[in-house]
Design a binder for this molecule. Sequence first.
Ligand code: CA
Length: 169
Amino acid sequence: MKLLVVEDSAELRGSLVRSLTAAGYIVEQADNGEDAAHLGSTGEYDAIILDLGLPVIDGLTVMTGWREEGVATPILVLTARGSWREKVQGLRSGADDYLTKPFRTEELLARIEALIRRSKGHAATVVRIGDLEIDLSQRVLSRHGAEIRLTAHEFRTLAYLGLNKGRVV
Ligand code: CA
């Protein structure tokens, strides 16, 4: 699964990229609104993490542009603490979810998983393929109730295929 991370703070961006890569995602990044606008319009992502306060072009403008172009990728916006206006504006401009800084990596991962799952048309957290059961929230693969151990990357790959069941990936 491929994500776009847009954040101008090098420290936060680096930490996001590390956590998401460790969780098995392929991550591309941008540190300003102009590059982000270009990448989001031309690249294929399963989700976008977008900071709103960005140099060159602000995040709200970038996101509004994507939605006007018909980019339907799920977007999670990162907002400043206590800024309810940013959250409301973000959601009204096409964001699917938001997270207030500072946040826990675990919460970000859980929200991204939920966004991707819903965008692929799965409300439930368990995907079944034949006798295999992929529990996306517990990250457990089982067959007839017996757990099959996988690496993070293997699980992510399988989950991606499961979410795209019936489609060519
Ligand atoms: Ca910022």
